[in-house]
Design a protein around this ligand. Structure first.
Ligand code: AMP
Ligand code: GLY
Length: 434
């Protein structure tokens, strides 16, 4: 029996914990802080430690010496949690602070891509509003402006409206809109194409990078990619347009050069390299890197995988990824839809009672319910506790069948809470209807 500490409390961590709990080796799971779903996994316990409380996480791990720590979110990675635990001899899945700069500093990541010839949008960096606005004035638009540091997915503006672009640049640089994260901004070339997420296991010790199957995330709040950006409203896998040839190009032009670059920089990287890609007319280009599993992509990927996730994460953490056998998948596809609180990503109510979770036990094989913003309250049961409340995932022989299955469960009202919202069009483009 292995003791595994999973850091985070979202749908991603519930899905990872669920996958770990299926290991034939046997796993006792601890979540910091987890949610109402992680607490119901077999042999699992939620700890009252926040995912960003690096001091308490470190103290807990040093005292309890788990066999493996799996870090879900980027903030503790950027703060050096993995470095501290590794120094103490604890196996960690997740890069140290140096590697986490792939996500934590967009300008560092851009320079990295330039150094190693990794295709991405052209860009310029600014710390002064007047210089940024003078530069914007010379661009044709649409305009892409990004805060340099971590801004919880909210530090990016893509717009055709010059006035909006100018306002964003001014507010980030002069007005402190994103605090420290926005003291420097990037203005990027606009890339058109279709987006895809490629999450890859990366181990600089055994010099190996192994992609999971690609997945597509839906970032905007409303159908037809309208409305504000969110943490992600759904994801499906695998996308039909990711042909074997295109996957090979992604590997040769992006993933392998990323591993080579990390090696050349002398960075110890054991975790996920998540390449957010735009498939443009001239080929795949990096929109951004993340240094962790994607959310909600992970929720749509985990039920598709047959391999032992404990073995995979342990091998990566130990620097032995090269020894791992090829990943095995169930045949077919998956479609995942986020059930969110009315108002998200703006203000929303919390504490609303949820019904129906007991009807989906994650054992049937076709339908999986991963909790995100939920809590368990004595006498009330499961209640909403965040913007994204659940991820409902269906597997199917193909995307059309998986899609039909997931929306059937939603339409039957199996899971209910007041003011629930969700997107209707996840994977719709893959099955030729809207
Ligand atoms: P990011 O946080 O960097 O992933 O950006 C958020 C979203 O903005 C991406 O998922 C894209 O839809 C869009 N985006 C970012 N950069 C670009 C770009 N250079 N060209 C077009 N769209 C972009
Ligand atoms: N799916 C977007 C993210 O994980 O950042």
């Amino acid at each position: 029996m292995k003791n595994v500490l999973v850091i985070g409390g979202g749908g991603r961590e519930h899905a990872l914990g669920w996958a770990l709990s299926r290991s034939p080796k046997g796993v006792k799971l601890y979540f910091a802080p987890g949610n109402a779903g992680t607490a119901t996994l077999p042999q699992a316990e939620n700890l009252a430690i926040g995912a960003e409380d690096v001091a308490s996480l470190t103290a807990y791990a040093l005292e309890n010496k788990p066999d493996l720590v799996v870090v879900g979110p980027e903030v503790p990675l950027a703060a050096g949690l993995a470095d501290r635990l590794r120094e103490a001899g604890i196996a960690v899945f997740g890069p140290g602070a140096a590697g986490a700069r792939l996500e934590a500093s967009k300008s560092w990541a851009k320079d990295f891509m330039q150094r190693y010839g990794i295709p991405t949008a052209a860009q310029a960096t600014f710390e002064e509003a007047e210089a940024a606005i003078a530069y914007l004035d010379r661009q044709p638009g649409p305009f892409v402006i990004k805060a340099d540091g971590l801004a919880a997915g909210k530090g990016v503006l893509v717009t055709g409206d010059w006035d909006e672009a100018e306002k964003f640049a001014r507010e980030a640089l002069g007005g402190g809109l994103f605090g420290q994260a926005g003291q420097r901004i990037l203005i990027e070339e606009f890339m058109s194409g279709v987006e895809v997420s490629v999450l890859a296991l990366c181990d600089t010790v055994s010099k190996k990078i192994i992609p999971f199957e690609p997945a597509c995330d839906y970032k905007r709040a409303f159908d037809g990619d309208q409305g504000p950006n969110t943490g992600g409203m759904g994801a499906y896998s695998p996308p039909g347009f990711m042909t074997p040839e295109l996957r090979q190009r992604v590997f040769d032009e992006i993933l392998q050069p990323t591993l080579d670059g990390l090696l050349a920089e002398g960075i110890d990287y054991r975790g996920i390299v998540y390449a957010g890609l735009m498939i443009t007319a001239t080929g795949p280009k990096v929109i951004e890197y993340n240094c962790r599993f994607g959310d909600p992509e992970t929720q749509s990927l985990m039920p598709r995988i047959n391999s032992d996730m404990l073995e995979i994460l342990e091998a990566t953490a130990a620097g032995k990824l090269a020894e791992l056998p090829a990943l095995e998948y169930k045949p077919g596809a998956s479609v995942g839809v986020v059930l969110a609180s009315g108002g998200y990503p703006g203000p929303y109510k919390k504490g609303l009672p949820v019904t129906g979770t007991e009807k989906l036990d994650n054992q049937s094989g076709d339908i999986y319910l991963f909790h995100a913003g939920t809590a368990h309250v004595d006498n009330a049961g499961v209640v909403t506790a965040g913007g994204r409340v659940f991820n409902l995932i269906a597997l199917g022989e193909n995307l059309a069948i998986a899609r039909q299955r997931v929306y059937n469960i939603i339409d039957e009202g199996v899971i209910r809470f007041e003011e629930m919202i969700f997107r209707r069009d996840i994977a719709a483009r893959e099955v030729g209807k809207n």
